[in-house]
Design a protein around this ligand. Structure first.
Ligand code: NAD
Length: 694
């Protein structure tokens, strides 16, 4: 079949895009559309044209490989196809089944009318790849739906369900199947000689817009998208649609598109896009290894994490038993879950009936035998090896022989936990991030005896929960927390040498993290951080800074105590001279002469040790590839996505810089702070982290 099929339905030419799997607008599709439009336009027997897609979807966008290769700019480009469409002298109707996204939706927007299936979704998600819609999307969307809706939807890359798109004026009617509706619509348009509605000429919603709308939206974006190019350029384009002549406004979009396309942010986000795909591939896990079906699940411990994990399972339609041994703890845990669903409803992220349906799948239980029917049990009790071993021993006795026993431990040894069961091949780490029902990352941890089938099951489960999973090997802290230890330790060493908490947090937040390391500590609780630190054994040539311990001893437990690295008024942090005095006292005791430390040094000393440890993790095979680490940090630790993740960022800046920082630090910090051998090999051979040299 050609990339665009042409057939006649009576007097209507039906143009069907057929480019599996998602009908991306590759060059053959654009050529096919041009030819088909010529043919339909030139055939006097054809009175109207319907454009649709094969295989239950309209078109999911431009071909991302063509964006990278530049083929996307080979004529006919999408804009030329659209110009041909808008110049058509016969009614042109899009029939949208499945999704019309990005360039696919831009194509539909250039038709005179759009008919969508009730379950279809439309949207312009380009911003997620650091781009903006470059084929009139910002202009036509704004003209049809108005600037408020355009700002919200295009800067966030939202997918819009068809009923909402109808309300907004983006589609003209809903019909199932969409093609039948579009054919009927086209016939009526012919019979009624309806004037053609060229979207670029639609003007009602863009007139008389208050300029303050854009200023206010930019301020809102400052808080959410600081440092990012594409969202701000999208606002510029939507503003241009409302304030400039058509030609100038479309030109503005084209210029902004090129600026975004050529920006390092776009490249970084495309790196992450491919990294996500790659993370699902587990070497040695062939198609013969199948995931076990998960019909029912159980969670042990209804604390912060257990409650969130139960919600994540229930939200995916999996019935879950939630175990706490005391009735009081169970009641408290279920209470928190209920409140959290109420908050989702209040926020509009779930409807009341969706929340009730999910809540109905969570059953509180207080005895182990109640877990017998589960296909997977996820343990989320205290972070204490003995407690976890005891729990796993009991789970092993009550769970069905096929059941997988997973632990949510942040740092403990999976093999030591597995040793307390008779089924180490079915024991695995499933490290969720807080809040577990929201955070997209799942770090799955493979123990020495974990079977391929168990790994396949937890990878498939992640997908079902709408999460992105990375597979890690078993070591202290796995991927994320192992690297973080160096970042956290160095933050305190910087304090000892002369930095202040607000300087450190300001530098890291300026880089693009949502929160700096010390503000994060205050949020999580300094007592919790100190407890974790005590559980870790340092090599004899290393030390911890005493600052954290002193804060805890002085009751500075963080936000919950109203004081930590900062003083708090509500959630607002305020620099605290008493903390600075405490830090200065530590510097004096250690004989360190305090100095003013440049921001650049702070950034390098915090992030380079993180990257250096990441390289060791790749070299040891704890991570399957460097890009998995990028996925972990962007999705679990707040690393700015538009910088591509720590490994990508470091490589773009030059890995030799990481080596230089580590050479300076290692003599004072210990052997683990020496440059990772992998980095030295890569720099010596002029190769990159994806070269397979690990
Ligand atoms: P938490 O203290 O909030 O909850 C633990 C719960 O387990 C409590 O409700 C407790 O009553 C219950 N419990 C203890 N022993 C039990 C037993 N034998 N049987 C049944 N229930 C039992 O702790 P949390 O923050 O939810 O952490 C749980 C686990 O998740 C820990 O291993 C922790 O390291 C890990 N983790 C925590 C976070 C986080 O941000 N809090 C993130 C990732 C992983």
């Amino acid at each position: 079949m050609a990339a665009v099929d042409y057939r006649l339905e009576g007097e209507i030419a039906v143009l069907t895009i057929a480019n599996p799997p998602v009908n991306a607008l590759s060059l053959p599709v654009r050529e096919g559309l041009m030819q088909a439009l010529e043919r339909a336009g030139g055939d006097p027997a054809v009175k109207a044209i319907v454009v649709t897609g094969e295989g239950g979807t309209f078109a999911a966008g431009a071909d991302i490989n063509e964006v990278s290769s530049g083929l996307v700019l080979k004529s006919p480009i999408t804009r030329e196809v659209q110009a041909r469409m808008e110049a058509a002298s016969k009614p042109l109707v899009a029939a949208i089944e499945g999704v019309a996204l990005g360039g696919g939706f831009e194509l539909a927007l250039a038709c005179h009318w759009r008919i969508a299936a009730t379950t279809a979704k439309v949207g312009l998600p380009e911003v997620k790849l650091g781009l903006l819609p470059g084929a009139g999307g910002t202009q036509r969307f704004t003209r049809l739906a108005g600037p408020e809706a355009a700002l919200e939807a295009i800067t966030a890359g939202h997918q819009i369900p068809a009923p909402r798109a109808l309300e907004l004026g983006l589609v003209d009617a809903l019909a199932d199947p969409a093609l039948d509706g579009a054919l009927a619509f086209a016939r009526r348009a012919v019979a009624e000689r309806r004037p053609l509605r060229v979207t670029s000429d639609v003007g009602e919603r863009i007139r008389g817009v208050d300029p303050e709308l854009f200023a206010a939206f930019r301020r809102k974006l400052e808080a959410k998208a600081r440092g990012q190019l594409a969202p701000f350029r999208i606002v510029d384009c939507i503003e241009a649609a409302c304030t400039r002549p058509v030609e100038a406004a479309f030109a503005r979009e084209r210029e902004s598109f090129i600026e975004c396309r050529d920006s390092p942010q776009r490249k970084a986000l495309v790196h992450l896009f491919f990294a996500e795909r790659e993370a699902r591939r587990i070497p040695g896990l062939g198609p013969e290894v199948t995931a076990l079906p998960v019909h029912r699940a159980a969670v042990v411990g209804a604390g912060t994490m257990g409650g969130g994990i139960a919600m994540a399972l229930a939200n995916a339609g999996i019935p879950v038993s939630l175990l706490e041994l005391s009735a009081q703890a169970l009641e408290r845990g279920l209470g928190v879950v209920g409140k959290s669903y109420d908050a989702s409803v209040a926020r509009g992220s779930l409807t009341r009936s969706q929340a009730d349906a999910a809540l109905g799948l969570i059953r509180g239980v207080s005895e182990y035998p109640a877990l017998a029917g589960a296909d997977i049990v996820i343990e989320a009790v205290y972070e204490d090896l003995e407690v976890k071993q005891e729990v796993f021993g009991r789970l092993d006795r009550v769970a069905g022989p096929h059941a997988i026993l997973a632990t949510n431990t942040s740092t403990l040894d999976i093999d030591a936990i597995a040793a307390s069961t008779s089924r180490p091949e079915k024991v695995v780490g499933t490290h969720f991030f807080s809040p577990a029902n929201v955070m997209r990352l799942l770090e799955n941890v493979r123990g020495r005896h974990t079977s391929p089938e168990t790994v396949a099951t937890v990878m498939a489960l992640a997908k079902r929960l709408g999460k992105i999973a990375v597979l890690a090997g078993n070591c202290d802290g796995f991927i994320g927390n192992r690297m973080l230890m160096f970042y956290g330790a160095e933050a305190e060493f910087l304090l000892e040498e002369g930095a202040t908490p607000e300087q450190i947090d300001r530098v890291i937040e300026g880089f693009g993290f949502a929160m700096g390391p010390l503000a994060v500590r205050d949020l999580a609780g300094n007592d919790v951080g100190f407890q974790i630190r005590k559980g870790r054994r340092l090599p004899p040539d290393e030390r911890w800074s005493p600052i954290l311990e002193r804060l805890v001893a002085g009751g500075r437990l963080g936000q919950k105590a109203g004081r930590g690295y900062y003083r708090y008024e509500g959630r607002t942090r305020i620099p605290d001279p008493e903390v600075v005095a405490l830090i200065e006292q530590v510097s004096r005791e250690l004989g360190i002469e305090r100095r003013s430390i440049p921001d650049e040094e702070i950034l390098e000393r915090l992030l380079h040790p993180l990257v250096n440890e990441g390289a060791r993790i790749v070299e040891e095979g704890i991570a399957l590839r460097a890009s998995d680490i990028d996925i972990v940090y962007v999705n679990g630790y707040g690393f700015p996505a538009w910088r591509g993740g720590p490994m990508y960022w470091a490589e773009e800046a030059g890995l030799e810089r990481v080596i230089a920082t580590m050479r300076r630090l290692a003599p004072r910090r210990g052997a683990r702070w020496r440059p990772a051998p992998l980095l030295e090999r890569l720099v010596a051979s002029g190769r990159g982290l994806s070269s397979g040299l690990a």
